[in-house]
Design a protein around this ligand. Structure first.
Ligand SMILES: NC(=O)c1ccc[n+]([C@@H]2O[C@H](COP(=O)([O-])OP(=O)(O)OC[C@H]3O[C@@H](n4cnc5c(N)ncnc54)[C@H](OP(=O)(O)O)[C@@H]3O)[C@@H](O)[C@H]2O)c1
Ligand SMILES: [Mg+2]
Length: 377
């Protein structure tokens, strides 16, 4: 992991009480010993998972399968409620779940968690308990203030809930970032590590960090690379080929579809391992042309985006947007289906009817409705 600016205290700078398991050195960050995740810590305690969405279902199921008593706090009549019932839980209202729990894990959307917290959690949260987050947004930007006498901890798995669950079921785990914002009881870190162990993270890595570092790096990564940068890059490259007269499906195959194989190689083997496994032509072109795309101007934009994350400007913009009913987000989403890149993607994915969501299989794997591509042409 790259060296991080020390704007916020790293875990080793915190006073470490004798009851804390010692982290071992891991490059510039700290990796906690898997043995420090004590599965017995929850033997007489109850964990409430609030929200049963992407993250919530995985935390709840993994903890339950690890022998932890888990209750679900979930608003009724929604997708999450039905899914929790199907998966063997008996979901209750948020205040009821909080009242029963020693550890309350919030897996609500970042933009609505503070309202739910003020209305339904804070009034019934008991001193001596722990409040757990899977992302530091609401603590870092001050939208949630944990009540006095309550531990405030985070276990942020580095991946979506679906992967957190499937790796656990396979006997593996996702690495997770672990942080303590407030240790009111003297056992905050032990609780966080037991939680991380219960979701399978100890099988991979429990990496020590702070709420601030996790939040800032997470937002930056998703805006600049994972969700913002990569999609804008694919879109611009697709537009460039289509504007130059190439078929939309060809542009999609080259600039979107094939990203998977490169990302999979990088995920499994790093950048160098990826370079070694692509053609020399692709490597030479990539090494000589990449910096023409990510120019100094692009790097300056990255720094400005990071400034907005660190100053809280992005958080204010997003929470204001959400509180106004998310008009800009809704408007942008409403154009998705009509975008040429989406229509080209539909055509390409129809050629692979085994993909999730493609239930258009025809005999011999032929696919109906391809607009630009037909078999046998
Ligand atoms: N998704 C990921 O891959 C991922 C990865 C890392 C971290 N995270 C973090 O995980 C947290 C949860 O994100 P998510 O993606 O798991 O969310 P999600 O899939 O949208 O699930 C949110 C859950 O909260 C419930 N909920 C929504 N609004 C509510 C309200 N006003 N009152 C009560 N319950 C409400 C939803 O119920 P309904 O079913 O009724 O809508 C649903 O069960 C966030 O902090 C996010 O940053 C997510
Ligand atoms: Mg995120």
């Amino acid at each position: 992991m790259k060296h991080m600016p020390r704007a916020h205290p790293a875990p080793r700078d915190r006073p470490v009480g004798r009851q804390y398991p010692r982290p071992v050195h891991f490059m510039t960050m700290h990796l906690y010993d898997p043995q420090a995740a004590d599965p017995n810590l929850f033997s007489d305690r109850t964990v409430a998972v609030l929200g049963y969405g992407n993250q919530g279902h995985a935390h709840a199921l993994n903890l339950r399968d690890s022998g932890v008593c888990v209750v679900i706090g979930q608003r009724p009549a929604g997708r999450g409620y039905d899914r929790a019932v199907q998966e063997g839980f008996d979901p209750m209202t948020v205040p009821h779940a909080v009242e029963r729990a020693d550890l309350v894990i919030l897996t609500l959307p970042d933009e609505s968690a503070a309202d739910v917290f003020d209305r339904e959690i804070a009034p019934v949260m008991r001193a001596g308990g722990a409040l757990g987050f899977v992302h530091g947004f609401n603590i870092r930007y001050g939208y949630i203030k944990p009540p006095d006498g309550v531990d405030c901890i985070m276990v942020a798995p580095k991946g979506p809930g679906t992967l957190l669950r499937s790796l656990y079921v396979d006997g593996r785990g996702l690495p997770a970032l672990v942080a303590v914002e407030r240790d009111a009881t003297g056992r905050a870190l032990a609780t966080a590590l037991a939680w991380a162990g219960g979701i399978g993270a100890a099988r991979a890595a429990m990496v020590g960090t702070t709420f601030a570092a996790e939040t800032e790096a997470d937002l930056f990564g998703e805006q600049v690379v994972l969700c913002g940068g990569v999609t804008a890059l694919m879109q611009a490259a697709f537009d460039t080929l289509v504007d130059a007269g190439y078929d939309a499906e060809l542009a999609y195959l080259e600039c979107v579809h094939e990203l998977k194989q490169v990302v999979d190689l990088v995920y499994e083997r790093g950048l160098q391992g990826m370079w070694e496994r692509i053609s020399n032509t692709a490597e030479f072109g990539g090494r000589t042309r990449g910096a023409r795309i990510i120019t100094d101007a692009a790097r300056q934009s990255m720094r400005r985006i990071l400034d907005d994350v660190r100053s809280g400007a992005f958080a204010r913009e997003w929470i204001t947007e959400a509180r106004n009913g998310a008009p800009a987000l809704t408007r942008d989403r409403s154009h998705d289906a009509a975008r040429p890149i989406e229509r080209a993607g539909q055509s390409v994915r129809r050629l692979m009817p085994w993909l999730p969501g493609m239930n258009v299989a025809e005999p011999n794997g032929t696919a109906a409705g391809c607009q630009g591509m037909r078999r046998g042409d």
